[in-house]
Design a protein around this ligand. Structure first.
Ligand SMILES: NC(=O)c1ccc[n+]([C@@H]2O[C@H](COP(=O)([O-])OP(=O)(O)OC[C@H]3O[C@@H](n4cnc5c(N)ncnc54)[C@H](OP(=O)(O)O)[C@@H]3O)[C@@H](O)[C@H]2O)c1
Length: 281
């Protein structure tokens, strides 16, 4: 059974391809990438895979049995068509199963909701494809908060609009392990899994960062409008609006649902105590 992983030049695609290789199942793994030269050397075959190029995708999926589709980064309206290119190419190439990395969040009422809706449309397209399918709805990556530590240190605080909302965080390697199992195991077919570890408040996140990095961060809740203006000033209109919408969703409880990680992965999600302890080296 040949498995192809799209966007293998990105962090999640790389992690999933690596997890598949490390599982030593003997199944051939192929990486597809819009920019193959950016993909790390995992000892796997690389093929071109631009979501905007339907013909290229069809050729690159020749001989593939199962495909892992990583959600794209384009604006929501463009993203749906890009994902359809992959789904249609998979059907045309004779792929039998598609696994999709979707996302958690509020379907309505936040500035992140258009992206959530575009992911839900792709989920529907995949369920209607006639192929076997598995969908994972990813929690929020915790790594960006860790990578942001010097900025937090300078500010002396984490400030955003999540309030006391709990967020189901995860890590790319944890997701990768679950997706590798979802790709390989037929028992997951037809399932939609929420993939995250224990949900944390921003105050708990600050406490983990303090214990790990010796900081003295406090958490300061902000209004939705102030936080959105702050993020747009820092990151620009598109990304700033998306980030503000994610934190509004956290505030409203949209990222605090029971996790299916253990069912998907066959083991519990790594604990945050363990994860943060590992960062101390
Ligand atoms: N759960 C979360 O917290 C969270 C946060 C951020 C993003 N996401 C979602 O998760 C996905 C994977 O995250 P990541 O950490 O792997 O992001 P990443 O490291 O930024 O990688 C993004 C990948 O998407 C690829 N890509 C973008 N447009 C493409 C196109 N038209 N055709 C083919 N590939 C395309 C990029 O290819 P190039 O190398 O050619 O640019 C890259 O491989 C993202 O795409 C996004 O949808 C989730």
């Amino acid at each position: 059974m040949t498995i192809a992983v799209t966007a293998v030049s990105g962090q999640l695609g790389t992690s999933i391809a690596r997890a598949l290789v490390e599982m030593h199942t003997g199944e051939p793994v192929i990486g597809l990438a819009r920019t193959p030269e950016k993909a790390p050397d995992l000892g796997i075959e690389l093929r071109p895979g631009d979501y905007d190029d339907a013909e290229q995708l069809r050729a690159s999926l020749a001989g593939v049995d199962t495909v892992l589709l990583i959600s794209g980064m384009a604006a929501p309206d463009l993203r749906i068509g890009q994902h359809r290119n992959v789904i249609d190419a998979a059907k045309a190439a004779g792929v039998s199963k598609i696994v999709y990395t979707s996302v958690q969040g509020a379907d309505e009422g936040t500035s992140f909701s258009p992206i959530i809706k575009s992911n839900r449309q792709t989920e529907a397209d995949i369920r209607d494809s006639g192929l076997d399918w598995v969908i994972g709805r990813n929690g929020i990556y915790i790594e960006p908060d860790v990578e942001y530590i010097e900025t937090y240190r300078k500010a002396g605080e984490i400030a955003n609009s999540a309030g006391n909302g709990r967020c189901g965080y995860t890590t790319r390697p944890e997701l990768a392990f679950a997706y590798a199992r979802m790709l390989i195991g037929a028992e997951h077919n037809g399932q939609t899994y929420l993939l995250h570890g224990e949900a944390l408040t921003q105050a708990q996140l600050a406490e983990y960062l303090n214990r790990t990095f010796g900081t003295d961060l406090t958490y300061r809740p902000m209004s939705h409008d102030d936080y959105k203006a702050d993020r747009i000033a820092e990151l620009g209109e598109f990304i700033g609006t998306v980030i503000a919408g994610i934190y509004r969703g956290i505030h409203d409880g949209a990222l605090d649902a029971p996790s299916d990680f253990e069912t998907a992965a066959g083991r519990p999600h790594r604990s945050w105590d363990d994860y943060f302890a590992s960062l101390k080296g």
